[in-house]
Design a protein around this ligand. Structure first.
Ligand code: ZN
Length: 87
């Protein structure tokens, strides 16, 4: 009996999530005055973020921060190195 209640709760949660997401797009259009699709159209948080270089904690490779993968102990050049270093 408890399982059925949990299942119903999960289904309702999924339904609410789906309906909530369907409501979002029109709302997005109304408040989005920027016609372009660029990342960060109005307020650029940090233009230098993409150019910032970081070092892979596993193989010492330097790469742009935007392409790095963040791990618990630092950043890595790839998912494979993150797994190897944090294993
Ligand atoms: Zn690496």
């Amino acid at each position: 009996m408890k399982l059925a209640l949990i299942l119903i709760a999960v289904l309702v949660g999924i339904w609410l999530f789906k309906t909530g997401r369907r409501v979002d797009p029109p709302d997005d259009k109304s408040r989005g005055p920027a016609p372009g699709h660029g990342p960060g159209g109005t307020g650029k948080p940090a233009p230098n973020l993409a150019l910032e270089m970081v070092r892979c904690q596993h193989c010492d490779l330097h790469l742009p921060k935007a392409e790095s993968i963040e791990g618990q102990r630092g950043v890595y050049c790839s998912e494979a190195h993150r797994k190897q270093a944090e294993r």
